[in-house]
Design a protein around this ligand. Structure first.
Ligand code: FES
Length: 97
């Protein structure tokens, strides 16, 4: 299992590989905001402070949206485009909205 810590809400959940961050946030009751849910609006941008390597690689749509925002930090990700790929480890996320 992978431990996901949603820092702003002090929520810690244990998830299996394949879970999307959007689903994790919704089911845990986290206050993380989502808009379009398809990688267009950037509302769900968040900083993966630990364990970015445990998530899926950034996809083209996410890269396009982050580049449009001028983001240079590879640990800033769109939560609607992220899912857990590893089977063990810890992920910590801080969000802005
Ligand atoms: S909710 Fe719009 S980009 Fe994630």
């Amino acid at each position: 299992m992978v431990t996901v810590f949603l820092k702003n809400d002090n929520i810690k959940v244990h998830v299996s590989a394949g879970k999307s961050l959007r689903e994790i946030a919704r089911k845990s009751g986290a206050s993380m905001e989502f808009g379009c849910r398809v990688g267009d609006c950037s509302t769900c941008v968040a900083k993966v402070t630990t364990g970015n390597e445990l998530l899926n690689k950034i996809n083209d749509k996410e890269l396009l949206a982050l580049n449009a925002m001028g983001v240079k930090d590879e640990n800033l990700r769109l939560m609607c485009q992220c899912s857990v790929e590893a089977t063990e480890g810890e992920i910590e996320i801080s969000y802005f909205f």
